[in-house]
Design a protein around this ligand. Structure first.
Ligand code: FAD
Length: 453
């Protein structure tokens, strides 16, 4: 079976329908026109059935935990994707409402429906609804991981150590890039009266009536073009220092690919090849692949196998037990959610991290670790810490609400980690301290930088 066939799965047992108007690609997770295997699969069907291709995207104004910051970034990308899809001769329909319901409605006139893959609970349920209610064949193509989740491992992995050899073993079979296929039938006139125009993403997002308490960000612009331009400058200026320098929140030799990956505005396979083809020492390339392939796809493995991925109950038993045993330990300082969110604590490093996150929608990995670990010591119980960390993570980060959000908030509480020497409050769960930050980095320069934001 070829590599692309192994990314593709029929979600129902229906056949392609005849006497229909188009092939439908319901785009949801892979919000891009290039390097998108679901789009190429839909193009294949369009040419095989001699039909035009309609690409549908449904903006759900009630999408779980989404706010103005998230919508604005996503719509900036969709504007570009719409134009690129139309340049290829397909039609693009942008609708507002409940995604699965609208996809089912539109599928009534389709011979075949193709969609991409999402792993969070509601994304899985949307696809199940479409597969059940559509009257034609529905196929799903997995393009936002390099190695399809079941091909990497068919069980929930306990640590990067157990996942790493499996994903690397499967990797060579999934390195082919999807080829862009020319469409034989042009799609003029397709679409519906309910289609939306997307001239001004910021105004479109404002008009959704979503939670507007979190402002859009200026420095990280959405879209595949912005993703590629950041990737190019990362490869030139930062990849050479990635292995030694990535942990330093002042030097920041990092790629900022996570928001683009979250919205599917760039393919992880494209990043993988670009990193491997770049001029840099092997250790830097290998470290990047460790993060973007092993750690990122371990997070997908977690949400795919763990039904309660967004709950403290999903933490490993040893970690829950040790945290519960230390629940009554006195905390030096505890704060309300409001004070935490406003960055009003005794810890200037923590407050600086909270400020960066509030204002920019991004935080360097090392500061995310420090921010989350110290939250455990600044709230009354481990459960409160877990819920607070997840809520703030998903509210402020452009890359929040991702498989990575749940796995990494989990990591704060022992997920994918091992036991460490026992301490107050944290028990055997790994801790981080301000003195560690001071010893290793110019943390005061970081604080000063956040004050200028
Ligand atoms: C408490 C906490 C919360 C986090 N929340 C999120 C989140 O909501 N969304 C999110 O995408 N990431 C999250 N991360 C993981 C990581 O911090 C970010 O992916 C990374 O900082 C993004 O920046 P970058 O793209 O510049 O990273 P780079 O260092 O350039 O890494 C390249 C890519 O590798 C992946 N990656 C890097 N570090 C990790 C990691 N630790 N685990 C998994 N994948 C990784 C990301 O896809 C990233 O884009 C969190 C980490 C912690 C400790």
């Amino acid at each position: 079976m070829d590599q692309h066939a192994r990314r593709t799965r029929a979600l129902n047992s229906r056949s392609p329908r005849s006497d229909t108007k188009f092939i439908l690609y319901w785009m949801q997770h892979s919000q891009r026109a290039d390097g998108n295997p679901a789009l190429e699969r839909a193009a294949y069907w369009a040419n095989t059935c001699k039909l035009p291709l309609l690409v549908l995207f449904v903006v759900d104004p009630d999408y779980p935990d989404a706010n103005l910051r998230h919508y604005t970034f996503m719509l900036q990308g969709l504007k570009e994707t719409m134009a690129a899809v139309e340049r290829r001769g397909a039609a693009f329909s942008l609708r507002l409402g409940k995604p699965a319901e609208i996809a089912v409605q539109v599928s009534c006139e389709a011979a075949v429906v193709v969609t991409d893959r999402g792993y969070l609970r509601h994304l899985v349920a949307w696809r199940a609804q479409l597969a059940d209610e559509a009257r034609c064949l529905v196929e799903m193509v997995e393009g936002d991981v390099i190695v399809p989740v079941e091909e990497a491992s068919n069980r929930q992995e306990t640590a990067a150590r157990t996942f790493r050899p499996r994903v690397h073993r499967a990797l060579p079979a999934f390195l082919d890039r999807p080829q862009a296929m020319a469409l034989k039938c042009k799609a003029a006139g397709l679409g519906s009266k309910a289609d939306q125009a997307l001239d001004d993403p910021a105004a479109f997002a404002q008009a959704l009536g979503c939670d507007a308490s979190v402002a859009p960000v200026g420095d990280i612009e959405g879209g595949s073009k912005a993703a590629r331009s950041r990737l190019a400058s990362f490869l030139k200026d930062d990849l050479p220092n990635y292995d030694d320098g990535r942990a330093d929140m002042v030097q920041r030799h990092v790629s900022v690919m996570s928001p683009y990956l979250h919205f599917g505005q760039i393919s992880p396979l494209e990043i993988y090849h670009a990193v491997n083809d770049a001029e840099a020492k092997d250790d830097s390339r290998a470290s990047y692949v460790e993060e973007m392939l092993v750690r990122r796809e371990l997070a997908v493995n977690f949400v795919h196998h763990e039904r309660n991925y967004d709950s403290f109950a999903a933490m490993p038993a040893w970690a829950r037990e040790t945290l519960e045993a230390h629940k009554g330990d006195p905390r030096e300082h505890t704060y309300t959610r409001k004070d935490l969110e406003a960055g009003k604590t005794h810890d200037p490093y923590w407050n600086a991290a909270m400020r960066e996150m509030r204002l920019t929608g991004y935080l360097h990995n090392h500061m995310r670790m420090y921010w989350g670990k110290r939250l455990i010591a600044m709230t009354n119980t481990p459960r409160t810490a877990y819920e607070t960390a997840l809520a703030l993570n998903n509210k402020y980060f452009l890359d929040g609400r991702d498989a990575n959000s749940y796995a990494n908030i989990g990591w704060l509480f022992g997920l994918h980690d091992r036991g460490w020497p026992e301490r107050d409050v944290f028990g055997k769960v790994r801790t981080m301290t301000a003195s560690g930050l001071k010893r290793k980095f110019d943390i005061d320069a970081y604080v000063a930088w956040t004050e200028r934001l």
